[in-house]
Ligand binder design. Structure first.
Ligand code: CTP
Ligand code: CA
Length: 227
């Protein structure tokens, strides 16, 4: 069917995304991870695809289905996620929603670590994971529009603005993920859109509605700046 072009304002645009958590193995049976259902990121991928974008979604381990009309690359670790994102460049936009584990175990055990009677647990030595958003925001193939998230439990605006600058992003979608908000694992979200122009406070919305609005905003931003 022929769709009116205005209904597909992202036709021909390539967008790379991340969503979900990453799992950083400690040994073959254990891992370190952030809490993330992938719901918000996957909904954004679907919304962008509905506007005509060619979306590559690099997803960490989630239990929800792949979004429709999207090319999905499944990964486990942050380093794998980074490699898949960089392999998807160049792109017109990057939207990094994943709750990437900030640390991984410095040297992963090849065999299951056994409890040692009377000795207590051995300490875990951690090392920092690559910051995928920051890497993309400062990359020679930097997409024209770089969007990140900021999951905060306090000082949402201040932390969001700091992330906008530090990571080289054009937009930060900041939200309060304190347990009492019910946002994590839930179906609703309340976000602030932080850019160099200021802060836009969106109302409490279903995650699908946040996704639709964000996709429309991305389309508008991509139309407004060059071909
Ligand atoms: N992010 C990323 N790679 C990382 C860490 C974060 O790509 N290793 C991205 C997230 O996908 C998100 C943004 O950076 O778009 C902010 O993530 P967040 O965890 O809120 O920020 P951090 O920089 O990790 O800072 P902190 O966790 O200390 O608040
Ligand atoms: Ca983090």
């Amino acid at each position: 069917a022929l769709l009116f072009p205005a209904a597909r304002p992202l036709a021909g645009r390539r967008i790379v995304m991340t969503s979900g958590p990453t799992h950083e193995p400690i040994d073959p049976v254990r891992y370190i991870a952030n809490r993330s259902s992938g719901r918000q990121g996957h909904a954004i991928a679907a919304a962008l695809a509905r506007l005509g974008a060619e979306v590559t979604l690099v997803s960490g381990p989630v239990t929800i289905p792949d979004p429709q009309g999207v090319k999905v690359i499944h990964v486990e670790r942050a380093e794998e996620m980074r490699d898949a994102v960089l392999a998807a460049l160049p792109a017109d936009a990057a939207v990094m929603v994943a709750a990437v584990a900030d640390w991984r175990v410095a040297s992963q055990a090849g065999q299951k670590i056994k409890k040692q009677e009377g000795e207590g647990p051995a300490p875990l030595h951690l090392t920092e994971n690559p910051d995928i958003l920051k890497t993309v925001g400062h990359h020679p193939l930097r997409p024209r529009l770089v969007v990140g998230f900021a999951a905060e439990t306090q000082d949402v605006e201040e932390n969001g603005r700091a992330k906008l600058a530090r990571k080289g992003a054009d937009l930060i979608v900041a939200n309060d993920v304190s347990p009492e908000t019910g946002i994590m694992g839930g179906t609703r979200n309340r976000v602030k859109i932080i850019s160099r122009d200021g802060i836009d406070d969106w109302p409490d919305l279903a995650k699908d509605e946040v996704a639709a609005r964000l996709a429309a905003l991305i389309a508008e931003r991509l139309q407004g700046s060059g071909a």
